[in-house]
Design a protein around this ligand. Structure first.
Ligand SMILES: [Zn+2]
Length: 642
């Protein structure tokens, strides 16, 4: 608790904000390193990795007419500066949610003007709405978030291509009142310096294992943060150090090596010329791809916590499947349920666990949630997310207890409690779901590979049971075999969700087959509808396609621009190799919509174009199936090797 408060009260600008790759990052990492050294860990390291950083030099919003008044504001991360080092002064236009149709009735358009945008679920973050504003020629954007406390200033990652500032809900309401009475003039100034190759840091403290020193158990939290970062993620960083202290104080000698880790680059770390949609969670991505890729063979389990220690009703534990049962037992034994309802499930999603997952490492993410949105949603990534408001000592202790007990049990186990049959179950469920809606999908290869993997896993399990007293060498060999099988198959379970299960793209992950199970039937529905001359029904089907929930509300160039951020840029970062196939039906949708309204027209272009795209999607499904079955075949070979 004390450390959470100290980490949340640095005197940096914006209540102690730590931008990845900034001086504040270096300072915070050094501070944590010193804390670890004071605990007399066996070794403490602080290693740099490169990402895009920025420096907010200034940001302001001033009403210049009909009144003169400054409004509290700050620029969004990576926001471009106002041109020529000066301010932009122009008429303010409220464009609602900033959808393309919101511009239809703006008299005189918004060319050169400053737009006021309400952030929304459908136009997640501000990416589609600000890019749409830029497309219509707006000079700058002010954005407010109606899901936050009206006095709070929300800032987070956003891919804005014009200067964009965050203002409070109350100030937005005031501006709208002024607009109802007549024209409003505002002056906006943003000076934001972007550094392309900045150093961000990973801090690691070690307690070496006495018996299996090359097998690691990770306790992680991210030390970069928006605003003071109390719950996101200083509480988790404090919990990492609390676990280290408790183990040192108890004089426990672990059999495996314990690694206490904090990473930067969680909140945002791309932009500038390296722009990518996947700009968060980069710390664990860079750690596993460039700082220590060889750790993929060493990490037995990675416990990441993010947004913990808050007054919460639920403790969510997202995990890779093989340790789900183990974590259930840990939750029960640490009596999580006395404080919070534990929800333990797969898959892992876009927390730092994703970077470990991609490397094939068993990983989990722990985060807390409240029944009442007042606790988290209202303050999330705002200046009001203070220690006093959000942090509860009991909840913070629970995070340390759960991770500490889980980590120590894995450290002291001989044969590791990996349940490999759980892994195949995940894929089998996804295949069943796909076949339920696309019965002609060829999944025979995947199912055969799963059968083989399960049989090998069961055989190995029986073999392990049959050994009465395994030697150290036997234990090490059996664990290594299971670990290699996990390494081999795990990265083939899930893709990043572009909007099937969650309206915010990139927020969670879904089975490799989920996007096909979603899109293929809709494509067929649309084609069938067009063939019987019913464009209105086709329109509805196409609106359900992945990316169309927001896609239908932006113009085509903006749509392509955003899809490029998802899938086209060379800087896909942690989405690389983990993206579902996206079918672009934007133009077919527009023309079908027009024809539905005008009640007529020839539909043959739409039919043939969608049919071609259906064929392509089937082809991509075939390739995905092949990848998955190859991985499980290889995994089965690993498990059954002598
Ligand atoms: Zn976080």
């Amino acid at each position: 608790m004390d450390l959470t408060s100290r980490l949340s009260s640095f005197s940096f600008e914006y209540d102690g904000e730590v931008v990845p790759g900034s001086y504040e990052d270096f300072y915070t990492a050094s501070y944590i390193k010193a804390e670890m050294e004071a605990l007399e860990l066996d070794e403490v390291t602080m290693e740099p990795f490169k990402l895009v950083s920025w420096d907010y030099r200034s940001a302001s919003v001033e009403i210049t007419s009909p009144v003169t008044q400054n409004i509290r504001a700050r620029s969004m991360a990576n926001s471009p500066s106002t041109p020529n080092g000066g301010a932009v002064e122009s008429e303010l236009v409220f464009v609602g949610l900033g959808r393309t149709q919101d511009y239809e009735n703006v008299p005189g358009g918004v060319e050169g003007k400053i737009v006021l945008i309400e952030r929304s679920v459908v136009m997640w973050y501000t990416t589609p709405s600000v890019r749409e504003a830029a497309y219509h020629g707006a000079a700058a954007a002010l954005a407010y978030n109606p899901y936050r406390d009206p006095e709070a200033l929300n800032v987070d990652t956003a891919h804005n291509d014009i200067p964009t500032l965050s203002i409070t809900g109350n100030d937005a309401a005031y501006l709208k009142e002024l607009l109802e009475e007549g024209p409003v003039q505002v002056k906006v100034d943003v000076d934001n310096a972007i550094t392309e190759n900045a150093d961000a840091y990973a801090v690691c403290g070690f307690i070496y294992g006495s018996k299996y020193p090359d097998e690691y158990i990770i306790f992680e939290g991210h030390h970069d943060h928006w605003w003071c970062g109390s719950n996101d993620d200083n509480a988790a960083v404090a919990s990492v150090l609390a676990i280290a202290k408790a183990i040192k104080d108890a004089g426990i000698t672990p059999k495996r090596t314990l690694v206490f880790m904090t990473l930067s680059g969680h909140e945002s770390g791309t932009g500038g010329s390296k722009e990518s949609f996947w700009d968060w969670g980069l710390g664990s991505y860079y750690f596993m791809t460039s700082v220590h890729p060889e750790w993929a063979q060493k990490i037995v389990m990675s416990f990441c916590s993010d947004d913990v220690g808050i007054w919460a009703d639920y403790m969510y534990v997202e995990t890779t499947p093989e340790l789900q049962g183990f974590l259930r037992k840990v939750a029960f034994d640490t009596q999580v349920q006395k404080l919070m309802y534990p929800v333990i499930y797969t898959p892992v999603s876009s927390f730092d666990s994703w970077g470990f997952y991609m490397a094939g490492v068993p990983a989990c993410s722990i985060y807390c949630g409240a029944l009442s949105a007042i606790v988290e949603e209202a303050y999330y990534h705002t200046d009001l997310a203070t220690v006093e408001r959000l942090i509860s000592p009991e909840h913070l202790k629970m995070d340390a207890a759960f991770r500490g007990v889980g980590g120590l049990r894995l450290s002291q186990a001989e044969i590791l409690p990996y349940e490999l049959t759980e892994t195949g179950k995940e894929v089998r469920e996804a295949v069943d779901k796909l076949l339920g809606v696309v019965p002609d999908a060829d999944m025979a290869g995947v199912l055969a590979a799963l059968d083989e993997f399960d049989a090998a896993a069961k055989e190995l399990q029986a073999h392990i049971k049959s050994i009465k007293k395994p030697t150290k060498e036997q234990v090490a060999a059996l664990n290594a075999k299971m670990h290699l099988a996990i390494n081999t198959v795990n990265p083939y379970l899930w893709d990043q969700d572009i909007g099937v299960e969650n309206p915010y793209p990139g927020w969670c992950s879904v089975s490799k087959f989920e996007t096909y199970a979603h899109d293929l039937p809709l494509l067929r529905l649309a084609i069938d509808a067009l063939e019987r001359g019913d464009p209105a029904a086709a329109e509805i089907a196409l609106e359900g396609m992945t990316t169309m929930d927001w896609g239908e509300h932006v113009s085509y160039p903006v749509y392509l621009d955003i899809v490029w951020l998802f899938a086209g840029t060379p800087y896909l970062n942690w989405a690389t190799g983990h993206l579902p196939w996206l079918t672009d039906v934007h133009q077919e949708h527009s023309s079908v919509e027009e024809k539905a309204q005008s009640n007529g027209g020839d539909l043959s272009w739409e039919i043939s174009s969608l049919s071609e795209k259906l064929d392509t999607a089937f082809e991509k499904l075939g390739m995905t199936s092949l990848d998955v079955s190859d991985a499980f075949n290889e995994g089965a070979m690993v498990l059954s090797a002598p």
